[in-house]
Ligand binder design. Structure first.
Ligand code: HEM
Ligand code: NAG
Ligand code: NAG
Length: 327
């Protein structure tokens, strides 16, 4: 009896040790040099398409940055946001935070084609394409550069429910923003510095209407007056307003806006109430020091880009970013 139970314990230990070893040899850290030998032409090929797209339409840089964020916050940075709906699963594109809102899929397709041509084959994952395109977009619009850690593989499925539940909403108060970021292993500082992504791009009226008509206590009166025309009480849902005064320049303008009660989204202004809270202090700090913002943003992007990647033999390298290789 005793010997039998210690044998089962020994077996269980052996099985567990094997499982841990197998996982350890399969999981692999992301690595900035992942494509150095596999395809040295990959990163320049991505940058070229991003630069062209941003030159044609600066907002595309903002859209590509946001695409990476919305990819990483749903089951990790695994390219799942790029998958079209199929009879087998409903993807993330029509999820509440994404529908009529996320953009850049055509540019990702063009990058993938260019990178497959440059590498003479299907070498670079779609998840890595999105991560590098986000960095190149930031750089193209005057922001900091950083080494993107690489070697992500692509998911073989996507989840609309996860997209609905995992991406923070602009209606969130500070506590929900903080707990959402914490659920992804990100800190309050990450929340404040990554929200600085709103130094780029635009929001639709539907996402800031409440603020114009119901939150006048925390909204600068002249900005409210200026935006009520393009964003009336009813209608005009898709009309755009810039998230900061310089939506095509990666600068500290976003934090300056928050300091003057000119945050466009409810979630933006939640980071600065003018008091002694920890996020208030960070907004003051980044507002006064755009270079510190750039440095910390770059570091936080690497952390966000490291969320639950598929590596080793998990997932696949998708040939077409919109669909899995086989069913
Ligand atoms: C903290 C929680 C966040 C919330 C609640 C939030 C919410 C939003 C909303 C509602 C929009 C406008 C979408 C539309 O009207 O179609 C938007 C745009 C944008 N967001 Fe966020 N966001 C957050 C964090 C981030 C982060 C972490 C990044 C990147 C690091 C980011 C980058 C962007 C960019 C660049 C745009 C403009 C996109 C464009 O013009 O196409 N956001 N965000
Ligand atoms: C996600 O949200 C959208 C829009 O609110 C809704 O239509 C859809 O049913 C939701 N999907 C799931 C799987 O919860
Ligand atoms: C403002 O708040 C009231 C009460 O909560 C709500 O009924 C109304 O729909 C809100 N207005 C807008 C424009 O969201």
């Amino acid at each position: 009896m005793a010997s039998r139970s210690s044998f089962s314990v020994a077996c269980a230990v052996a099985v567990m040790a094997f499982a841990i070893l197998a996982t350890a040899s399969n999981a692999q850290p992301l690595d900035p040099h992942f494509y150095d030998k596999l395809c040295p032409a990959a990163l320049p090929a991505i940058r070229k398409v991003v630069e062209e797209a941003v030159a044609v339409e600066p907002r595309m840089g903002a859209s590509l940055l946001r695409l990476h964020f919305h990819d990483c916050f749903v089951n990790g940075c695994d390219g799942s946001i790029l998958l079209d709906d199929t009879p087998f699963f409903t993807g993330e594109k029509k999820a509440a935070p994404n529908v009529n809102s996320v953009r850049g899929f055509d540019v990702i397709d063009r990058i993938k084609d260019a990178v497959n041509a440059a590498c003479r084959g299907n070498v670079v994952s779609c998840a890595d394409v999105v991560a590098v395109a986000a960095r190149d977009s930031v750089v193209a619009l005057g922001g900091p550069s950083y080494d993107v850690h690489l070697g992500r593989r692509d998911a073989r499925g996507a989840s609309q429910a996860a997209a609905n539940n995992s991406i923070p909403a602009p209606t969130f108060d500070l506590d929900r923003l903080v707990s959402n970021f914490a659920s992804h292993g990100l800190t309050v500082q990450d929340l404040v510095v990554l929200s600085g992504g709103h130094t780029l791009g635009f929001s639709r009226c539907t996402n800031f209407r409440e603020r114009l008509y119901n939150e006048t206590a925390t909204l600068d009166a002249s900005l409210a007056a200026q935006l009520r025309g393009p964003c009336p009480l009813a209608g005009g849902d898709d009309n755009l307003a810039p998230l900061d005064p310089t939506p095509a320049r990666f600068d500290g303008g976003y934090y300056g806006s928050l300091l003057r009660s000119r945050g466009l989204l409810h979630s933006d202004q939640q980071l600065f109430a003018g008091g002694l809270g920890p996020t208030d202090a960070l907004v003051r700090f980044y507002g006064a020091d755009p270079e510190a913002f750039g440095r910390d943003f770059a570091e936080a992007m690497v952390r966000m880009g490291g969320l639950s990647p598929l590596t080793g033999s998990s997932g696949e390298i998708r040939a077409n970013c919109r669909k899995v290789n086989y069913y």
